[in-house]
Each structure stands twice: as C-alpha cells, then as structure tokens.
Design a protein around this ligand. Structure first.
Ligand code: DGJ
Length: 752
C-alpha cells in the first residue's frame, strides 16, 4: 500500500520507493502539508511545524491565538482572501461577490488504479505498476464550493501525479480565475530551480538559478506550451548534479497556457504551484457544475538529475501514450520539407524517396504543400484536398510509387489552422478566432481555427480522416505553426470569453482523439514549428515530436540535451540535414550530423541526389549502426555524460541495456581549444567489476575503470568530431584483465 490514512492522527502518508509525501487535517479541519522528500517512516510530524507569532500575519476566525495563520503554515491546497499572501492556488468570485475560499476536509477515498480526467490527457496505469489513487474532498462551509485533490501514486518511478477539481456546490454562479493543479509548500527555501527556456530554432536551453526571495515564475500565454518556456521545471537542493542531490520535477500534462511559480517567502519557505495560466482565464461555473484542472506529474529523485530523468523517461515510454508505435522500432524517415519545401511534383518527390532509400531511409514523408492552393505559406490551410495539378495521380499515385519500392509513406497536416486564401475561410470566415470589429492577427500568414466550437472540431476531424481513411498513409506529421491570440468565440456570450483559451485546448484534444485514436496503425509525429509543443500533453498522443526546426548538429547537442531532462530520446525527432545548414550556416561532417541525429528518432531532411558517393556511404553505414543499436537508443537507460552548456570539450551521452551487458556511447567535440586539455569520457551505469569490450576489443576494461577513469580522447582534433563506442560485456580471455583477475579484483580491490 503506497497510500495510508491514519485515522487517529488524521494524517495521510504516501510512500513511493524513495520518497515520502505527507499531510494532515489540522484541529480546525484544514489540510496541512507536512513533508515531501527522502523517505521517512513517521506518520504524523505536525509537531515539527513551527508555531510562532508572526507579525502582520492574520489568523482565521476559528482560532483565538496569533500563531495559526494561513500566511506561513504549509498548506496542502491553499485558501483565498483569508490571509495567505503567497502565490494563490485558487482565485474565484462567489455568487455573493466575495473572493473567499477556505476549504475544510470532508472526505477521502483511496483505491487501486489511477483516476482519469475527462476530455483531457493524463497518464495511465498498467497492470503491475501498483498504482493507487487518493482523492480528498475539501469544502468551503460558507459557500458550498468544493475542491477535490487527486493524487496518483506510481511507487516504482517515485511519481505522484496531482490534479484538482472544483465543484460548484453553491446556489449561484461562480467565476473561477485560477485553479492550481498542484501546490507544494516546502519548509525550506534552500533550492535551485532548473527550467528550459528557448525560442523558435533554439528550444529547451538548460538554465539553473538560485531561488532568491520572492516569486520566480515561468509560463506561457501563447495558447500553446511554447518554444519559449517548457512546462517542465525542476526544484533541487543546491548540491544537486547528475548523480547526487534531491531533485523534484513538475511536469504539466497540458499543451496550452501554463504558469509555474516558485515562491521563496520571507521565512525562507518555498511554495510551488503549477497550473493553467490565469491570464485571460475566467471560467463560469453554474451550480452543480465542475471544472477539472489538468494533471501535473511530480517525481522525486534522491540521487540527482539522472535518476529524475530515468523516472520521467519510464513514464513517457510506458504510461503516457497508447500508440502501438511507442515500443516499436520507428522507420528511418526522409522528409521532403528541407530539400523541396513547396516546389515539387510527383516525380521530384519520388526521386527524393528513391534516393533516400539508397542511403537507408525506410519511409518517405511528403511535408507541406500537397493540398489546396498551397504553393507557399499564403494559401491553402484548411483545404485538406490534394492538389492534383501539382501532384498528378493524387496521393494514391505517390503513395503507391513509394510503397512500390518497399518504403512507407507519410503525410503532413496542420489541422488547427486556416489561411484567409482558402475555400474553408471563404465558406466559414466565422470559424477562426477573431475579436469583433478588429482585424485578425496573422502568424505565418495564417489564422487559428476556433476549436472551442464543436462544429469546427467536427469539420477538422472529418476532413483529415477522409484522407487517412482512403488508405496508403503510414505516418502523419501534425504541425502547428503560430501562437494564439484574438481568443474570442463569437458563438459564446460575452461573460464566457474567458473560457475560450481552455475550451480551445479541449477542442485540440478532441481533434487529436478523433483522428489519432481512430487510426491506431498510423505513426503520428507532433510538431509545432519544431518543438513549440514538446510537452507531456502531446506525448500522450504522439510517440515522437519534431524537436526543433534547427537541425544544425552543434545546436542540436544543446536542444536535445535540454529536452532529455524530462523526455526520452525515443520521443525526439532528429534528422540529418545539409551542410551548410540552412539555419545556422554551419558546415559539419556528415558522420557527426548522423551521430547527433541518433540521439533521437533518426532520419534525413535533404536530397541525397546532391550528395557525393562518399557522403552516401557514410549515411548507409550510420543507418546500419543506428539499426544495430536501436533497442538501446529507444529503450535503454540514458545517461548525460557531460553538458554542452558548460566548459566540457565534449558533449557525451550513452544508453545502457537493462541487464547492463551492452551500452552505446557517443561523444562529440563541441569546444576546441588550442594546445588543449586531454579529455576522458567517463561512462555510467555499467557493472563495476564486469569486463567490457569497447568497439570490438579496442579496449577491454572493467566497468569500474570505464566509469571512473574513462575513455581518453586526444586534445588536438578538429571541432565537431564525433566518436561512438559500442560496449559489450566481454566474455573472451587473453585480455589484460580476464574473468579470473576481475574476480580477484572484486575481492582484493585491484586488477592484475
Ligand atoms: C514547420 C515545421 O517545423 C517544418 O518541419 C515543416 O513541416 C514546415 N512547418 C512546413 O510548413
């Protein structure tokens, strides 16, 4: 049992493999947060809460002392307009016009399995995961407004999911302005915060700051999770590195506006909140109605970032996406976008496919430009009808030809958008987000379809499914290329316009469900101008997401490194593109470009016909290497061996099989130094006293040496040189360290 309620103490204790999370109903009925951290074994630690008279804090009417205050006490959920001045967890207007909410404990339920959230994504439980759920009901006695707190406990992954539901038990209309999905009140302020800021073509940069006093927040108000901040943040003790220290992850299962707040208060206590961004959020909830806030996946590591990442990787590979492709080997893609953009016909497309097959590609993806009047970004979005003038023989023609040479065929859509110059807009100008009497804001010349309207969702589902149901499509790239504004739905009354951005997200998920879940054989890849929606919500539908439009290998080292803190390598779309790179202007060797793309789903974004025979041969060999190591890349335990953000000369990473008998490591020289240092690539995750052969016997050493001394790399080599290491448990004899001497070493502490 991971969740227990101690009746006498009225204390809840959640135990995962390495963490304890506890809370308790106070003598006044309020739910206090007690602890979240490394495992402890006491049920009730309320006596450790500081009871102090705090100047300028206020005390609720139920007490006649100056010590019990919502302003400094750790709370499991939080109150509003009742003396808690830290970041709010709930903001609402009651039917009588007041803003107060003070929840008191009413009931709870503990059950096996995982709660689910209607109309929104959340992670699920598999048999054998031992998942349990706790639901706690709090009610404001005066208004009748209730809040239910949800906890889904995955003991092995040290994961506790959180979600919050508001129920309007009052007799009038409630306006909800903010509802946090999670709040954690730590009695310590001694934390660093790691977040992942970025921009188009430069997503998920690792950034670590000390939490100073006051509130540090990250979020998005762009209507999508965004390139700019990722809805994943880590709070950690200052000593935390890859292998040591306490780290707490907060990952929002939502692809729209979000807000993460870390408040280090004047008493050096820290409140964390995460939820839908309250900007322009005003949900009208009538008596008896409910509002459910999306899920947050919290995970705790007692030994640094690597373990935290492993736990999230496990969840995203096993508990998030039901696609049959999650665990299957993904085909090596060649995509038409970078080589051809909008200018192609059936023959030029097929030529790229054929040339792609020659260098190892297994699937040809026809990107943007195949439908409506789509000869450039100005027209066609919304008209999901093939342009037969451009593509003689239609989709079936090109799909048959591609299948005919033994390749799979994939197709690009951007279902949530519309161009003004489209038949759809001419028929339904009211179907895009627009504010009355104002011009519509364009992004990449396009408007946002108003998916808060059910009829628009139905149109999109019908139009895309019509193409997919005709058959011949093995893969879909689902793109999304602008930020949202003009969030107004003309079919809703004025007082409900504050619902539009969230209703829009519900529409997005409805459209995803209506298309993706009804085509279980198709592999769907998410995309948003690269990685603008690389988030947990999307990963419940898409086993892989295009990580960035930036395919420059040196930039990708950073982008993929940052992404790896939460998301598995198996989810990162990564392709080899041309040198000179179209975004960065860089000229990097073909081998290095290939090796960096292997930190992902691997594929090509170029025209092989323009490559030299030597370059083609490199790709063929690299494709074979990728296939031979695929099981490790897709499902091995992943280690970051060095950081592209620091002073390390190399960026290195590796994958280790579950039984630790095999590993695949990579190092790319990122920084060059004149008269440079020697570098040792220290491996991780191996068995210390087992012998390993590196690259077919070129080194035979124990795990302990490979991990503590490392593999030497010379200092004076050309920039961006890349190395790969295939590591296998060594079973032969005749090495400087055979099995006998390893046994001896294990016993005596040295190796002969
Ligand atoms: C943005 C994507 O990120 C690119 O890969 C490509 O699909 C273009 N859109 C097509 O318009």
């Amino acid at each position: 049992m991971s969740i227990r309620f101690f009746e006498k103490e009225k204390a809840f204790v959640i135990q995962t493999k390495d963490a304890t999370y506890s809370m308790k109903v106070s003598e006044h009925g309020h739910l206090l947060h007690l602890y979240y951290g490394k495992k402890i074994y006491d049920a009730d630690i309320e006596m450790l809460l500081p009871v102090q008279n705090r100047g300028m804090e206020v005390n609720p009417p139920c007490v006649d002392n100056r010590t019990y205050t919502f302003g400094t006490y750790p709370q499991e959920f939080g109150t509003n307009d009742a003396g808690d001045y830290r970041p709010s967890t709930i903001e609402l207007r009651n039917p009588d016009g007041s803003y107060s909410f003070v929840g008191t404990y009413k009931a709870h339920r503990i059950y096996e399995g995982k709660y689910s959230i209607k109309d929104m994504p959340s992670i699920f439980a598999n048999e054998g995961d031992g998942v349990e759920t706790l639901e706690i009901d709090l009610v404001d006695e005066v208004t009748g407004v209730g809040v239910t707190l949800y906890y889904g406990v995955y003991p092995e992954q040290n994961v506790i999911t959180r979600a919050t539901k508001l129920t309007n038990g009052s007799d009038g209309t409630v306006h909800l302005y903010k509802l946090a999905s999670t709040v954690v009140d730590f009695m310590s302020g001694d934390f660093d915060m790691v977040s992942f800021y970025g921009r188009h073509c430069w997503e998920r940069n690792f950034e670590r700051v000390r939490l100073s006093h006051g509130t540090t927040s990250i979020g998005s108000t762009r209507g999508l999770s965004s390139h700019h901040e990722n809805p994943f943040t880590i709070i950690c003790t200052p000593d935390t590195n890859e292998d040591n220290g306490q780290a707490y992850g907060f990952n929002f299962v939502y692809s729209g506006n979000f807000l993460f707040e870390a408040n280090n208060d004047p008493y050096s206590e820290t409140r964390i909140t995460m939820g839908i961004n309250p900007k322009q959020f005003d949900f009208v909830i009538e008596p008896g109605e409910e509002f459910m806030a999306p899920e947050v996946i919290m995970s705790y590591s007692d030994s640094g970032f690597s373990k935290l990442s492993h736990q999230y990787h496990h969840i995203f590979r096993h508990n998030a996406c039901r696609s049959k492709w999650v665990g299957k080997r993904r085909p090596i893609i060649i995509n038409s976008w970078e080589p051809l953009t909008f200018t192609f016909d059936a023959d030029t497309l097929f030529a790229v496919a054929e040339a792609g097959k020659d260098i190892g590609a297994e699937m040809f993806v026809l990107d943007d430009g195949w439908f409506g009047a789509r000869d450039n970004a100005l027209a066609g979005l919304g008209d999901w009808v093939v342009n037969e003038k451009k593509l003689v023989g239609g989709l079936k023609g090109i799909s048959d030809r591609v299948h005919g040479i033994g390749m799979k065929f994939g197709l690009w859509f951007e279902p949530e958008m519309i161009n003004e110059d489209s038949d759809l807009y001419r028929a339904h100008p009211e179907w895009c987000l627009r504010v009355p009497d104002r011009g519509i804001t364009r992004g990449r010349h396009q408007y946002v379809l108003d998916l808060s309207r059910p009829e628009v969702c139905d149109y999109v589902i019908g139009a895309v499914n019509k193409i997919l149901d005709e058959g011949g499509i093995d893969y879909v790239k689902w793109d999304y290329n602008r930020s949202v504004c003009d969030a107004y739905n003309a079919s809703l009354p004025a007082e409900k316009q504050g619902e539009v951005l969230h209703r829009y997200m519900l529409g997005v998920y409805k459209v995803h469900s209506g298309i993706i879940l009804t085509h279980p054989d198709i592999l769907f890849e998410g995309c948003s101008s690269g990685g603008g929606r690389f988030d947990a919500g999307m990963l419940t539908y898409f086993p892989q997401i295009w990580t960035s439009d930036n395919t420059d290998a040196m930039a990708r080292l950073k982008i993929q490194y940052g992404t790896s803190f939460a998301y598995p390598v198996s989810s990162m779309g990564a392709h080899v593109s041309v040198a000179r790179n179209r975004y960065a202007g860089s000229v990097i060797s073909m081998k290095t470009r290939n090796i960096v793309a292997m930190h992902g789903t691997y594929g090509y974004e170029l025209d092989p016909a323009k490559m030299t025979e030597e370059e083609k041969q490199v790709c063929r060999e690299m494709a074979e290497l990728y296939k031979s190591q695929y099981d490790l890349i897709n499902s091995g335990t992943y280690y970051r061996l060095s950081s592209p953000f620091g002073n390390d000369l190399f960026t290195a990473w590796m994958f280790v099989s579950e039984d630790k008998s095999r590993a695949f490591a990579t190092a790319v020289l990122q920084n060059t130094e004149c008269n440079g240092r020697n570098t040792y690539i220290k491996l991780k995750g191996l068995i210390p006293d087992a012998l390993y052969s590196v690259n077919n016997g070129s080194l035979i050493l124990t795990g302990s040496t490979l991990m503590n001394v490392g593999i030497h790399r010379p200092a004076n080599i050309a920039g961006s040189t890349a190395y790969t290491y295939i590591i296998e448990k060594y079973t032969g004899t005749g090495s400087s360290a055979d099995e006998e001497s390893v046994d001896d070493a294990a016993e005596n502490g040295y190796l002969a």
